[in-house]
Design a protein around this ligand. Sequence first.
Ligand code: PGA
Length: 251
Amino acid sequence: MRTPLVAGNWKMNGSRTMADTLMAGIAAGLTDRPNVDVVVCPPFVLVPQCREQANGTGISVGGQNLGSQESGAFTGEVAADMLLDFGCEYVIVGHSERRTLYGETDEVVAAKARVASEKGLVPIICIGETLEEREGGNTEVVVTRQLSAILEIAGTAIFPQALIAYEPVWAIGTGLTASDAQAQEVHALVREQLAAQDAQAALATRILYGGSVKPDNAAGLFAQADIDGGLIGGASLKAQDFLGIIGAARS
Ligand code: PGA
């Protein structure tokens, strides 16, 4: 059985005060330890504070990005070892905002997934098509291309520890969500492609859905056979909403 995982991607939001309130609110709602892995991914500067507040709550902390190099003259980058040093267990890799706004290619994303895995961080590797690509009938082609780069450069051995997050770009922050069936179709395709490399790993790999997941649509998505939880943006900034989504994943 795959334990569901719900990860909150705070993006470039938050402050010390906000993190204090949000972490306390999530922790207060998690008293009975659901059988769901819960991860928060705050901006880098809030990682130490969130890590501290997460102690004893069962909440894990992750970065939103990492540098593909080990260390050195790479201004503005944060290395895997630094995230580990501050208690991160996870890191989001290749979010569509990184791909579209900061030019991260499939190769860069795959290199980051490889470094994260080698160092012992669990990469949450994001893939997904734009609206134009979906409307052009190219969803499968795009997702396959993104996944192939991961398999070629980072290798199959990063699974089943590594996670995939299928996030249709047209559903991120737009209020539009893929229907349960649309999401399941792509998740099944991703699992099939992993299975072609390693059947056992494919069965154990968790594939998250992301894109306007809210407490009221989470249950339908998470009930799909190949959807193992969610990567949550906007709704992870409100403790009650995030807890509602975690609640949907446990049932
Ligand atoms: P959203 O973001 O839930 O606000 O659509 C999801 C994401 O970008 O990971």
